[in-house]
Design a protein around this ligand. Structure first.
Ligand code: KG4
Ligand code: ZN
Length: 341
């Protein structure tokens, strides 16, 4: 059911992106995102600096998103906001702002789980008119803080089948980049360098985990030892081989993370497979997932890059489906650094 006269303002501030989107029903009509550059020099997100930047950015970002959408505050039907999981200070900025707006405009506040939103990004409608997956489907959500293998039964009925027991795959990219002397976030930089490299040149070991769970901390440590050992033999090792190192490491991570997903697809017989989260913009992953259409005789769903990394449009589409179900939030809610699916 599409409700056309509904305008949702969505705000996402869970980590280091201040993002605001306006949706008309399930259709995205504007999105503005301010990505914080300040963390690059520190090799990771500095929570205190992230909160300060959100404070600075939130008003202009919301203002611009409304202007681009061509609507007024008085046209809004509800405010959708990320409640968690994420950095406490960052979440607080967005949630406090959203509460104030909800009180001032006397419209409902809708809390959104950031990890649910990454999955529901597949239902955002825009000019590309990409197909959304039918239920049930399997979704592999790969981000800087999470690695989740999920059976999605309906918009709000998710079975978490597997997840990481330590580091997320995004961290495995970012920490390796730091070891290589690259800046933050390292995932996209490794992806770019890998394009010119030989992915079969170096081999890395895997951690054996039972069931459908993942572990990436061992892979990251073996990568550190590999670089340290090779650099003892040749101090210029990293510099001379950076493209092959990135291609081999990236290919290893992507092949590893897809193993459980493939097994689950075969075991359940589910024919629809989606990927989501920041790491789902990785080109090696997108290529390997594309091959599964023929290999497993399934249909795969890959998001446009703008809906992979953190964005308010995914908060907006989740907010829209909650609005339709009248799932509104109490103004007394507080942010949750951890939040189950
Ligand atoms: O979903 P996201 O924007 O934020 C979280 O919710 O964590 O994901 C951020 C993560 C970072 O670890 C970043 O390095 C990774 O996504 N990432 C990538 C690529 N683009 C972003 N990793 C590998 N290849 C990429 N192209
Ligand atoms: Zn995210």
């Amino acid at each position: 059911m599409q409700i056309l006269n509904i305008y949702i303002l969505a705000i996402e501030t869970s980590c280091d992106d201040t993002s605001c989107a306006v949706l008309n029903g399930d259709r995205l009509i504007s999105q503005i995102t301010a990505t914080q550059k300040i963390h690059e020099q520190y090799g990771g997100v500095v929570p205190e600096l992230a909160s300060r930047d959100h404070q600075k950015n939130i008003l202009p970002v919301v203002d611009l998103a409304l202007k681009k959408a061509g609507i007024l505050l008085s046209d809004l039907s509800a405010i959708a906001i990320t409640r968690g999981p994420g950095l406490m200070g960052s979440l607080l900025v967005g949630l406090s702002f959203a509460k104030s707006l909800s009180i001032a405009l006397q419209i409902p506040l809708i809390e959104v789980n950031h990890m649910q939103a990454h999955v529901l990004a597949h239902f955002i409608k825009d000019n590309d008119n990409k197909a959304s997956p039918p239920f049930p489907f399997i979704c592999l959500t790969l981000s800087g803080g999470h690695t989740q293998l999920i059976k999605v039964n309906s918009y709000f009925d998710f079975d978490l089948i597997g997840e990481t027991i330590d580091d997320a795959i995004g961290e495995a990219f970012d920490k390796a980049a730091k070891i290589l002397g690259l800046s933050y976030p390292g995932g996209p930089i490794i992806d770019t360098l890998a394009k010119k490299g030989n992915k079969t040149r170096f081999k890395f070991s895997n951690s054996k985990i039972s069931g459908y769970n993942y572990s990436f901390s061992g892979i990251k440590t073996s990568f550190l030892y590999f670089i340290q050992n090779e650099s003892k033999k040749n101090p210029l090792f990293t510099k001379e081989n950076i493209e092959d190192i990135c291609a081999s490491y990236q290919s290893h991570l992507i092949t590893t993370v897809l193993l459980n997903a493939k097994r689950l697809l075969v075991e359940t017989g589910i024919k629809h497979f989606a990927i989501a989260g920041g790491v789902s913009s990785n080109s090696e992953l997108r290529q390997q997932v594309g091959l599964l259409n023929d290999e497993l005789d399934i249909k795969t769903y890959i998001l446009n890059n703008e809906y992979c990394t953190d964005n308010a449009a995914m908060i907006g589409i989740t907010g829209y489906y909650k609005y339709v179900n009248k799932q509104f939030s109490d103004l007394g809610i507080t942010p949750l650094a951890r939040m189950n699916l």
